[in-house]
Ligand binder design. Structure first.
Ligand code: UDP
Length: 239
């Protein structure tokens, strides 16, 4: 029998790096297929999925900012990178027979539709995957913040931050073997301990709106499904 979902609608944040796999740069085909197959598992049990995709595998604004280029220009380039990732993901979903739409915060009408909240909500209700591209459309923000924003706008019950680590630890588990994982933690406690969950703006947005964040390891097969069926997985940050 099918496992029962604990969420009706989730906002999944996929970083650009998550699409890179073991490569140094760009989009890895096998990784793309893996992501789609993992997401399919939660679609199959009826979870509605919005995705915010990053762009760090192609371009990160801060990198150019540091090298002397105008920060805002670099950030717009970063937003365009997220559109490329969104298109690669869309292609992979389509090939897997999964209905999908991209909505972009920047107007690029020949390639993607603009972000229209009402339309996105309707797509989600219809069981289509909606990929939110181009971040918030503003420089000086991140795709983590976009995930918090779109998550709140879509009325998602949780922001799922897909990472390479198993959750939030008391210390960096790579450096400190005694570090332990929190199964859950409040926003206040995470702040007090100065734990890096998402960037400050994203964190504040989620906290103000009572939108919980779950940090989990997307590289672990079935982790996303386990998260959405209420199994112990990753770390939940909540009010
Ligand atoms: N970006 C931006 N505004 C946004 C979202 C993203 O300017 O609302 C730019 C920023 O330069 C960022 C880049 O796009 O470095 C890629 O996004 P991000 O670093 O969040 O991607 P990820 O780390 O998730 O791959």
């Amino acid at each position: 029998k099918k496992p029962q979902p604990i969420y009706k609608r989730v906002l999944l944040k996929l970083s650009g790096e998550a699409l890179m796999g073991h490569d140094q740069f760009g989009i890895n085909r096998d990784t793309l297929h893996y992501m789609v197959s993992e997401i399919k598992k939660i679609l199959d049990i009826g979870v509605q999925v919005g995705i915010v995709v990053g762009g760090g595998n192609i371009f990160r604004g801060v990198a150019l900012g540091a090298s002397g280029m105008d920060r805002a220009t670099g950030d717009y380039m970063g937003m365009l990178a997220t559109v490329m990732n969104a298109m690669a993901l869309q292609d992979a979903f389509t090939k897997a027979g999964i209905p999908v739409r991209i909505q972009s915060a920047l107007h690029l009408e020949q390639v993607v539709q603009p972000y229209i909240r009402g339309k996105a909500l309707r797509y989600l209700d219809q069981g289509r995957v909606v990929i939110f591209a181009a971040g918030t459309g503003n420089p000086f923000f991140t795709t983590d913040t976009t995930a918090a924003l779109r998550g709140a706008e879509m009325g998602a019950e949780v922001v799922l931050k897909a990472t390479k680590v198993d959750g939030i630890y008391t210390a960096d588990p790579m450096k400190d073997p005694t570090a332990t994982r929190f199964s859950d933690i409040t926003f206040d406690e995470a702040m007090k301990r100065d734990l890096k969950v998402m960037d400050g703006t994203a964190f504040a947005l989620c906290r103000t709106n009572g939108l919980p964040i779950r940090v989990f390891n997307i590289g672990r097969p079935d982790a996303l499904l386990r998260v959405c069926t209420g199994h112990e997985e990753g770390t939940l940050v909540h009010l």
